[in-house]
Design a protein around this ligand. Structure first.
Ligand code: ATP
Length: 585
């Protein structure tokens, strides 16, 4: 129960609902127990009439009628109270589920990129859905059934003991046995259903991956192999389901058997006591009803124990993530007014999961409003420079200054607010094009959206779609071409109108003519804004105020287009190669 203590703050938050729920549960059980008492006394009245103790039949009739009315009244009240019991306790569990999901989601948002590299998306999703669900089973049903069982048990045993102590002891003998058996069954059921769940998620991951990569599967003619793999997985899944069905099938027969056993004891021991005149016929009747009433709550003890154990394991997994403190912390409490000057002084950085040193002693200075182009072979560390400016990672050594201040002293929210970032792989949400562009500026007008799309040279494509800006993009934006996605992603950064713009090779899928137009627009739009353009093309770099060439994480050349084409090296070679390619084209 150590891990589940995390939920105490939520129970405290909803304490009134919980307390009212507990009171309602207790009262409803008291009303429920009226019924056996009333039925018992009705039987006794009839028996007394038969034995001649009561001679007037109208007395019997009146007594029975009153008892019937009481029984109906008690049933109605119990029904109403049961409704409110669920409305309070089960509602609280839903509120806790909601709060816990939000807490986990917010924690996920706070955690740094390294966390996401170490943990699989499926695992993250599982903890916020499956694990929260099993914790909810503890916060709601388990607590409700526990209160139910305790109340019913205490009151019923009290009533029973008062009327026939020996018979009570005999009657409850099978109940602990029942509880232990149900506990053992529940454990096995739980184990098997966890395996079934794992197979279900394997099946869905397999299906999702297959259909995401359907183009590759079809072009390699791998449909049959894929179907065989699916069949293999589905067969294993079916076998696991059947294992679960088999053990589930034991549950009810086992309960019926043990209820039957208790009933037999009541009839046999109770019968003997009736013959010897120790108890009345009504008591035997009451006991049979009590036994049937108690069986289910006692069975739930085993079930509840297994729920609590599962919830404890799930909360443990949730706590593991909640306890992690984000590597990137916002140390600044005051706001920072970002002007856009960026300085790298001997910056080195190693990705700790791969141990790859992506940057070695990198130094450059950009005044606010200047443009820097970063050129270099693939894997040379270009994107890493942009990641460090956005403080997705903290540097290992050297200094990274923003407006002359170390980056970790700058207010992180203001820094990220001042950055417009266009990543290498344009990521678009499954939403309308309009909303995807507005993601950069929630309150943008439609006119501003259109303007941004025009600057990114994608407006004409968008109005070509039948629903225009309201076109909903499929998962991962599959309805757009690579170049269109890149341009929508550029429009998203432009509309934000930030002080720092970071373009990570975002024109690679755009033809040179469109690239030229976009670059011309960007030149006007980014005037006065610090801009870093990562590219493999000279055309994107030539107008920059500064150009650096990276090789294996080191700056090997730096200068302007004019100076670099005069110096032997990577830039000049690339320039000459691309010049001859375009003149051959
Ligand atoms: N998230 C990461 N985790 C671990 N290693 C990484 C990560 N991102 C990049 N690297 C490694 O760091 C090095 C520099 O990568 P980076 O993405 O900065 O290069 P790049 O110049 O932008 O390459 P490209 O032109 O192919 O995009 C590479 O060797 C790469 O394998």
């Amino acid at each position: 129960m150590k891990e589940l203590k995390h939920l105490n703050k939520y129970f405290l938050k909803y304490k009134w609902k919980v307390i009212i729920g507990i009171i309602i549960t207790i009262v409803s059980k008291i009303f429920l127990l009226f019924t056996p008492e009333l039925i018992g006394s009705s039987i006794d009245v009839v028996d007394d009439f038969r034995k001649g103790i009561i001679t007037d039949v109208s007395v019997v009739k009146t007594e029975l009628l009153i008892n019937i009315l009481y029984i109906i009244g008690a049933a109605i009240i119990t029904g109403i109270l049961t409704f409110f019991m669920r409305q309070t306790i089960i509602n609280v569990s839903r509120y806790i589920e909601y709060d816990l999901k939000n807490e986990i989601y917010q924690q996920y948002q706070r955690l740094s990129l390294n966390f996401y590299k170490k943990n699989r998306t499926g695992d993250l999703m599982n903890r916020i859905s499956e694990d929260v669900n099993s914790v909810r089973m503890y916060a709601g049903p388990a607590i409700m059934y526990s209160i139910n069982t305790i109340t019913l048990f205490v009151i019923a045993i009290f009533f029973m003991y008062r009327q026939a102590p020996t018979l009570t002891l005999y009657t409850i003998i099978p109940l602990p046995i029942l509880s232990v058996i149900i506990y053992k069954l529940s454990k096995t059921i739980h184990k098997r259903s966890t395996i079934v769940q794992q197979y279900l998620s394997k099946l869905s991951s397999f299906t999702q991956e297959t259909f995401s990569g359907i183009a590759i599967i079809k072009s390699y003619g791998m449909e049959q192999q894929s179907a065989l793999n699916f069949d293999e997985l589905a067969t294993e899944s079916r076998e696991k389901q059947l294992d679960l069905v088999r053990i589930n099938a034991f549950f009810f027969p086992m309960m019926i058997l043990l209820i039957g056993l208790s009933n037999l004891i009541v009839i046999y021991v109770g019968g003997l006591q009736y013959i010897s005149g120790e108890i009345s016929l009504g008591v035997i009747t009451k006991f049979i009803i009590y036994v049937n009433m108690l069986t289910w709550p006692v069975a739930t003890v085993g079930w509840v124990t297994s729920i609590v154990q599962t919830a404890e394991a799930s909360q443990n997994r949730i706590n593991e993530f909640l306890k992690i403190s984000p590597e990137i912390q916002n140390k600044a409490t005051l706001p920072s007014d970002i002007k856009g000057a960026i300085t790298f002084k001997n910056v080195s950085f190693t990705y700790d999961d791969t141990n790859i040193q992506a940057l070695k002693d990198v130094s450059f200075t950009l005044k606010g409003g200047e443009t820097l182009a970063v050129i270099g072979k693939t894997g040379s560390g270009k994107s890493t420079i942009l990641d460090l400016i956005g403080r997705l990672y903290d540097i290992d050594s050297g200094e990274l200054l923003i407006d002359g201040q170390p980056i970790d002293q700058v207010n992180l929210d203001d820094l990220r607010d001042a950055i417009g970032y266009v990543p290498q792989d344009a990521f678009l949400f499954s939403d309308t094009i309009n909303n995807n562009i507005k993601f950069g500026k929630e309150d943008a007008t439609h006119q501003q959206v259109i303007q941004a799309a025009k600057h990114a040279q994608v407006h004409k494509n968008i109005i070509g779609f039948s629903k225009g800006y309201e076109t909903v993009l499929g998962e991962r934006g599959i309805t757009l071409s690579g170049g269109q996605k890149q341009r929508v992603s550029i429009a998203r950064a432009i509309i934000k109108d930030p002080q720092i713009l970071l373009f990570d090779d975002c024109l690679s899928a755009v033809d040179t003519e469109t690239e030229e137009k976009i670059l011309n627009n960007l030149k006007k739009l980014t005037a006065g804004k610090t801009t870093i353009i990562v590219s493999h093309r000279i055309s994107a770099a030539k107008n920059a105020d500064k150009i650096i060439i990276l090789d294996a994480g080191k700056i090997v050349q730096a200068g302007t287009h004019e100076t670099l084409i005069e110096t032997d090296g990577y830039y000049k070679n690339l320039y000459e190669k691309q010049l001859s390619e375009s003149s051959n084209a």
